[in-house]
Design a protein around this ligand. Structure first.
Ligand SMILES: [Zn+2]
Length: 370
């Protein structure tokens, strides 16, 4: 029985294996090479997809591409290129990374710029429902109008101060956030409220609503930083539209550290996934990801990288058997069914490699290349 933990309620949920597993994973802003932190969710939840296939559970996996955002506008300005050229380049890079990392592709990878008109309609619907209101330069979500507040109590504790002051000043409530921003900075589209573009939280709320027909999905995931404000603001819109919660399970992966420090552009310690796999290997990167619990911080150190390289070399030389060791299989499936306990399952893998009992079944289930 597959069980997954919902972080929001802290409850373990039993998955109905006869139903489709509806999964949404927030994707990246495409303006640069992805770093190892961006690779963590897609590598981690790739194991979930492989497990669903193994258990014959039908699934739908939606993973959005943010190709309009402040970061993209700023990067395009700095590089003297257009946003569409820049985002196209790094969208292609991202798709290529799915191949290089040997990951199962999502069922759909929708891009924001391909869906602007539908997103405008989604915002119009929220205005009609009364869960949004217009200001002189935006359409804002109205936090006062969440009908069925599963996330409400968590979300009320916060003030959404990250919004730009020009939008902030017209808010009726500190918890309100922009669904649509009127702006002429960067690419913008015509809307009933003026030229502009959707707010960040709008796109994912729309994609979940659209691709899963307004139903509560099985699981929504991403990096832990997305829990607030992004996921709570997505869920608030969805509840406003449908009067039910967006996801049964909210499940996250932890941070990435480099030698004990948070990875960030300002510290100049960012490691791209491409550089890492070119220097070492895809298998070495996966080894590092699978050596920690998915909620914990992964700390990239020289020592861990050396271990990962040894593992990768050993696996390369190994000749796997075609017959599956049933004890290994049982232990691995049991661990993965226990809230995707990849760390424990991977220990079984490593032991099997040591004892020469590893087969192609385990190699495929973990998505290693061989
Ligand atoms: Zn999202």
């Amino acid at each position: 029985m597959l069980k997954l933990k919902d972080k929001w309620s802290d409850k373990v949920i039993n998955i109905d294996q006869t139903k489709e597993f509806d999964f949404y994973l927030c994707g990246p802003d495409v303006y640069d090479h992805i770093h190892v932190g961006n690779a963590r969710p897609i590598i981690t939840y790739d194991i979930l997809i492989r497990l669903l296939k193994e258990l014959n559970i039908k699934y739908k996996y939606v993973h959005n591409i943010t190709d309009v955002a402040d970061k993209i506008i700023n990067a395009a300005k700095q590089l003297g290129t257009t946003e569409s050229e820049l985002s196209e380049k790094y969208y292609n890079h991202y798709v290529e990374m799915f191949n290089r990392l040997n990951l199962i592709k999502p069922t759909v990878m929708p891009r924001v710029t391909d869906n602007i008109n539908a997103i405008i309609k989604f915002v119009e619907e929220q205005l009609k429902k009364g869960t949004a209101y217009r200001t002189p330069n935006a359409v804002m979500f109205s936090a006062n109008h969440i009908p069925n507040p599963r996330s409400y109590h968590q979300y009320t504790a916060y003030d959404l101060e990250e919004e730009l002051e020009e939008y902030n000043k017209y808010k009726k409530d500190p918890r309100d956030f922009t669904l649509w921003r009127n702006t002429s900075d960067g690419d913008n589209w015509k809307s009933p409220w003026g030229n502009g573009r959707p707010g960040w939280h709008t796109e994912c709320a729309f994609f979940v609503y659209h691709y899963f027909n307004g139903k509560t999905i099985t699981m929504h995931s991403g990096g832990i930083d997305l829990e607030f404000p992004h996921h709570m603001c997505e869920n608030a819109q969805f509840e406003g539209m449908t009067h039910h919660t967006m996801a049964e399970i909210w499940n996250y992966v932890g941070h990435i550290h480099i030698d004990g420090e948070k990875m960030s552009k300002s510290l100049k310690n960012t490691v791209t996934a491409l550089d890492f796999i070119n220097q070492y290997s895809t298998n070495a990167l996966k080894y590092i990801m699978f050596s920690s619990n998915k909620e914990d911080t992964v700390n990239f150190t020289k020592e861990l990288t050396n271990k990962a390289v040894d593992f990768s070399n050993k696996l390369k030389k190994y000749t796997p058997s075609n017959s599956v060791n049933e004890t290994n299989k049982k232990l691995i499936i049991e661990s993965l069914c226990n809230n995707l306990d990849i760390k424990t399952a991977f220990k079984v893998f490593e032991k099997a490699l040591e004892n020469n009992t590893l087969s192609t079944w385990e190699i495929n289930l973990f998505g290693f290349t061989h």
